[in-house]
Design a protein around this ligand. Structure first.
Ligand code: FES
Length: 98
């Protein structure tokens, strides 16, 4: 089931990322070239807030130690992957399926 995560006006600017809270989860929303995607915000390295990082080459760079998380696949390397969630924009809102 899709639920509202944010309104479109709150979304990160192109090639930026931002954190959002949904229930007990924190979600990293990234806009890579204007394409919005969402993944779990908690870095698998030491729990850093991925969504506070910058976007480089389609990856969100964790601000703590620089691991790069692919915004589309959630991967930072072979076998290292955070959960990616389907999103869609409807009626001016970003909806997410957790
Ligand atoms: S906690 Fe993210 S790179 Fe270390």
């Amino acid at each position: 089931m899709f639920v509202k995560l944010a309104s479109e006006s709150e979304l990160p600017a192109i090639n930026q990322a931002k954190e959002f809270t949904c229930g007990e989860k924190t979600i990293c929303v990234a806009s890579v070239g204007g394409e919005v995607s969402a993944m779990n915000n908690i870095c698998l390295h030491r729990g850093g807030p991925i969504g506070q990082g910058v976007v480089e080459d389609g990856k969100v760079i964790c601000p703590w130690h620089g691991w790069g998380w692919d915004a589309k696949t959630g991967e930072a390397g072979p076998g290292v992957k955070v959960e990616v969630y389907p999103v869609k924009i409807e009626d001016g809102n970003l909806l997410i399926e957790l």
